[in-house]
Unconditional design. Structure first.
Lengths: 442, 149
């Protein structure tokens, strides 16, 4: 009886459901893109009206439309079996990001639109290029070495586009062009770990199958864990980049757990995070500050905790429906357009906007993990899909929880939405790889 | 038109688009979840048989009807006797439990493959699955018309 019920649901869904879900339940990409486009248009129009001048506001919208339609057309033609939901979600979130930046930091909006065009081109290139997954695996040591080299170059040559002396120097700059190597490092690290762990999976699985749980942990297993921990610590110590260090290590632990199924490795790694956190708390002012204002920001609401307190105020001011685009005052939050963009969205789009963003990331995670589960290729492909999805998800959760004071604030960007060219670029590269994997390509 | 009215209409439009986007996402989830329920339901077939696809065999060894416990291994006395050096004496078994067919490895030396992957724990089988032991490949056929779930 159960089967007859589901059978009718699948074969004869409600007409509205069929329109919304697309003919095969894979999503109607054109409908989703149209809804996203009208949403972006309404946001920009509201900004134009509240600002009483909409002169150079529509360039970003034009770029967005060209990117969305172009990407959907190219993907439909060259990669017909891809998951259309991935493109719809990434374009929806990046469109929302364009509106948010136009609202919060209009001077940066054109730059962000330019980066969006570059990023979408890179995403399409990666999704279409047939050799990309093979090369990621073949040249993993070269790629990792190059990424590490770029990352260490920031220690010597690093700059900060804002020009302040105390700000972390995480960027490499050529003229007016700045790039943050730790962003692209994310992609390369996930690809490296996926291919390394896929090769070690025989060892890892044999261990988890072993009847006696006391079998010793070999250097082959512990070695990379310690190495990753060391890498994260170096990023933390040299660059004071708490967020990236945490992100790298958490994603690594999740991948290790996925490939080994061994809870002890996971718990041991989590313990290392706590130890590192405790030591960092003693040694570094940044970490101490972040933890202190997480535990209780109120005594210093006018001082060091100003940003987080204003962010909480913004959530309160937004209410359920928000104040409306351009009608709130998220400008009280310092540098609201990058790390704190989620608070601005909560103020101007309200709880509904927050739910929409959470749902979008949730659906993105679900599709990504579904790719990992359903992919018929090698363990490398499945680990890669899972790793990329979890990087996006963990990063989004870290900054959203940080802005809401659920976790200590770790300065990472909100994927697709925050201002930041390198971040947007890296997110779209991950999207390109996921699109390629979703088509079942090897 | 009054500016405040315009802004209100734009907000309404944006809100409707958001709601529509979310509705479409949930519609897709709904349909996928429906399809996912449909597949395990198909696995609830009580009757079926195993076909040896590789290497090519004739007669009795080719086909074996499923019964509640099907044992596979090199030892005589197994339901399916596998004459392969890479098969253990008691290699694996297929059991019917809770209306579903499960594949279990019985501590074999070289492992049991399901669709080319070595299984780590007991795994639900669905029609069309390929079970690999040594160089032998068995295809599982389930009779859809006897669905009881």
């Amino acid at each position: 009886m159960c089967s007859t019920l589901t059978r009718t649901d699948v074969d004869n869904p409600l007409p509205l459901l069929r329109v919304l879900a697309g003919s095969h339940g894979r999503g109607n990409v054109w409908l989703l893109l149209m809804l996203a486009g009208v949403f972006v248009f309404a946001g920009l129009a509201s900004i134009a009206i509240t600002r009483l001048s909409g002169a150079d506001l529509w360039a970003g919208f034009a770029v967005w439309i060209v990117c969305a339609l172009g990407a959907a057309t190219v993907l439909n033609r060259r990669l017909p079996s891809h998951d259309p939901l991935l493109l719809a979600l990434s374009m929806f979130l990046s469109g929302w990001g364009l509106v948010a930046i136009e609202r919060l930091a209009p001077a940066f909006a054109d730059r962000q639109a330019l980066w969006l065009a570059i990023s979408v081109l890179a995403m399409l290139g990666i999704a279409i290029f047939p050799q990309v997954l093979r090369w990621l695996r073949l040249y993993r040591y070269i790629l990792l070495a190059a990424a590490l080299l770029l990352l260490s170059a920031t220690i010597v040559l690093g700059r900060n586009p804002s020009g302040f002396d105390f700000a972390p120097r995480l960027w490499l700059g050529i003229g007016a062009f700045y790039f943050q190597p730790s962003e692209i490092m994310k992609v390369i690290l996930v690809a490296f770990l996926a291919s390394y762990l896929a090769e070690q999976s025989a060892t890892l699985r044999a261990r988890s199958d072993a009847p006696a749980p006391a079998s010793g942990l070999s250097l082959r297993l512990i070695g990379p864990i310690l190495l990753m921990w060391l890498l994260s610590m170096v990023i933390l110590v040299w660059q004071r980049d708490l967020g990236t260090a945490m992100l790298f290590f958490i994603v690594f632990l999740l991948l290790l757990y996925l490939s080994s199924g061994d809870l002890r490795l996971f718990l041991g790694g989590a313990l290392l995070v706590l130890v590192a956190g405790a030591v960092a708390y003693q040694l570094f002012d940044v970490v101490q500050l972040r933890v202190d204002i997480w535990l209780n920001p109120w005594p210093e609401a006018d001082g060091r905790a100003y940003q987080i307190v204003q962010s909480l105020m913004a959530f309160g001011a937004g209410g359920i429906a928000g104040t409306g685009v351009g009608l709130g005052s998220p400008g009280y939050i310092p540098v609201v357009h990058s790390d704190f963009v989620f608070a601005a969205i909560a103020e101007e789009w309200g709880l509904l906007g927050v739910i929409a963003i959470l749902s979008s990331f949730g659906v993105l995670a679900w599709r990504g993990l579904a790719i990992a589960l359903n992919h018929r290729g090698s363990a490398f492909h499945r680990l890669l899909a899972a790793g990329l999805t979890m990087t996006l998800l963990v990063q989004a959760l870290m900054i959203m929880a940080g802005v809401l004071k659920l976790l200590p604030l770790t300065g990472v960007t909100l994927p697709f939405i925050s201002y930041g060219g390198s971040s947007l670029f890296a997110c779209h590269i991950m999207m390109g790889l996921l699109l390629r994997l979703s088509s079942g390509a090897r | 038109m009054n500016i405040e009215v315009t802004i209100f209409l734009l907000r309404l439009l944006a809100g409707l688009c958001l709601a529509g986007f979310l509705l479409a996402l949930f519609a897709i989830i709904w349909r996928n979840a429906g399809a996912a329920v449909y597949q395990p339901a198909a696995a609830g077939a009580m009757h079926g048989y195993l076909v040896c696809e590789q290497p090519a065999l004739a007669g009795d060894a080719l086909r074996c009807s499923l019964r509640p416990i099907v044992t596979l291994g090199r030892a005589e006395g197994n339901t399916v006797v596998i004459r392969d050096d890479f098969a253990s004496a008691n290699h694996a078994r297929i059991v019917l439990e809770g209306g579903k067919w499960w594949l279990e490895d019985r501590g074999s030396r070289n492992g049991t493959q399901l669709n080319g992957e070595t299984i780590l724990r007991r795994t639900i089988l669905t029609g069309g699955d390929e079970i690999g032991i040594g160089k032998y490949r068995y295809r599982l056929h389930l009779n859809q018309e006897h669905m009881t779930m």
